[in-house]
Design a protein around this ligand. Structure first.
Ligand code: NI
Length: 194
């Protein structure tokens, strides 16, 4: 892929304070992102879920309780995905189209049956600045910028305030480099098939 498209993804929310602040920042820049929500938070903050969708962002499934799926039975995995799916649909009326396994932990067999049963593509990432270790906003920004490339998927967490603090500088510098922000599903649609 040579076009400078990039996807910004936010995991583990929504968060009652940080997610609305992030949505304000994204709106000011007309940047669309993808939110991999946890089902417990989706149920708790349905108004924030609706705002995410109303402002043109995408929501993906990040399970209900954030377990390591690779160590679970098929029935356990199915339940995690189904309950989160239902929470997203119940809050927003929109069905998620992709999932991200917590910790990136998933087997290839699980990916395959999840695609068949739920229709989900399993989405990991190309850049992980490890913002959850709280390295500081400027470090999050510099790691994202140095890892970013065309077709990239950036992973951060909208439950951490310093990550939100890092977003204006990160987004503005990526925009200045010519990147266009798209959702994960938009990015997938651009990938050459085959
Ligand atoms: Ni997560």
């Amino acid at each position: 892929m040579t076009q400078p498209f990039i996807a910004l993804t936010f995991d583990d929310g929504p968060h009652p304070v940080n997610t609305p602040r992030l949505l304000d920042l994204l709106k000011q820049r007309n940047v669309k992102a993808t939110f991999y929500v946890v089902g417990t938070n989706a149920k708790r903050y349905p108004e924030i879920m609706r705002r995410i969708v109303a402002e043109g962002h995408e929501i993906g499934n990040h399970t209900v309780t954030h377990p390591n799926l690779s160590k679970m039975s098929a029935e356990g995995v199915r339940n995690e995905l189904r309950v989160c799916h239902e929470a997203i649909v119940s809050a927003t009326g929109v069905a998620p189209r992709t999932m991200r396994p917590p910790y990136g932990a998933i087997t290839s067999a699980q990916k395959s049956w999840i695609k068949k049963e739920f229709g989900y593509s399993t989405i990991l990432w190309s850049v992980d600045p490890e913002d959850w270790k709280r390295p500081g906003s400027s470090v999050v920004t510099s790691r994202l910028l140095s890892g970013a490339g065309p077709g990239g998927i950036l992973l951060v967490h909208d439950i951490h305030a310093p990550t939100i603090d890092a977003m204006p500088s990160t987004i503005d510098q990526l925009l200045a480099k010519g990147y266009q922000f798209v959702t994960v599903t938009q990015l997938l649609a651009m990938e050459p098939k085959g």
